[in-house]
Design a binder for this molecule. Structure first.
Ligand code: PGA
Length: 245
């Protein structure tokens, strides 16, 4: 089922105290709606606190992690096992973000392992794909993204949430034109074949309070993955409130 998903990716921002302050400021500004899933992908260190706060207040926000390993346990210093996230009531996990690929050696093969492990534990991956400016100039947007998708989805039975995040639009203020994002998502949906109609497809890259309305009017865009603008409770509430089921 396609659902509207508004996900904030805090990246390496917010201590527990800052995360708590965010939640307190965000809660009264946000108007939750049935059929719109609002997700906070917080640092590992804030997830337990957020999970407890959400349980205590009944705030209908979902939690996401920003990475997950494929092993149950083991000698993998610095990694997080799926069961550690499940125990905290985490529902989503970002996998294959371009910053992981660019700075931490993430490959399509490890992305695939992470996607499969997350799904095996009932976590919903938010799988990120997207091209560089150079690939775009070379006319390789679709071929690049389809390769990333095919490798990430190998041997999976369910579809993750898929986020199209053109790398040149991340953190740059250089938003992809909504009609162009819509066009790429339409071709992704088509590439997914029978499964495409049901896929939840997001756009990410410099989504802000002042461009969310135009982005969400696009028929193929089921929601957004928001970086910088998700750090501010007022702006993220504005973005979340703009979504329709
Ligand atoms: P941005 O980041 O909204 O700051 O461009 C998006 C992302 O990296 O998911």
């Amino acid at each position: 089922m396609r659902s509207t998903t508004i996900a904030g990716n805090w990246k390496m921002h917010k201590t527990q105290a800052e995360a708590k302050a965010f939640l307190q400021a965000f809660a009264p500004l946000w108007q939750p709606q049935a059929g719109v899933d609002v997700v906070l992908c917080a640092p590992f260190t804030a997830l337990a606190m957020l999970s407890g706060a959400i349980a205590a207040t009944g705030l209908p926000v979902s939690l996401g992690a920003q990475n997950v390993h494929w092993a149950e346990t083991g000698a993998f210093t610095g990694e997080i096992a799926p069961g550690m996230l499940v125990e905290l009531g985490i529902r989503y996990v970002v996998v294959g973000h371009s910053e992981r690929r660019q700075f931490f050696g993430e490959t399509d093969a490890t992305v695939n392992q992470r996607v499969r492990a997350a799904q095996a534990h009932g976590l919903t991956p938010i799988l990120c794909v997207g091209e560089t400016k150079v690939l775009r100039a070379q006319g390789q947007v679709e071929s690049w993204i389809f390769d990333q998708l095919d490798r990430a989805l190998a041997d999976t039975t369910a579809l993750p949430v898929i986020a199209y995040e053109p790398i040149w639009a991340i953190g740059t203020g250089d938003t992809c034109a909504p009609t162009e994002a819509n066009r790429v998502l339409q071709s992704i949906r088509h590439h997914l074949g029978d499964r495409g109609a049901e896929a939840t497809l997001l756009y990410g890259g410099s989504v802000k309070g002042n461009n969310i309305a135009e982005i969400l009017t696009q028929p193929e865009i089921d929601g957004v993955l928001v970086g910088g603008a998700s750090l501010d409770p007022e702006e993220f509430a504005q973005i979340a409130n703009a979504a329709q089921p």
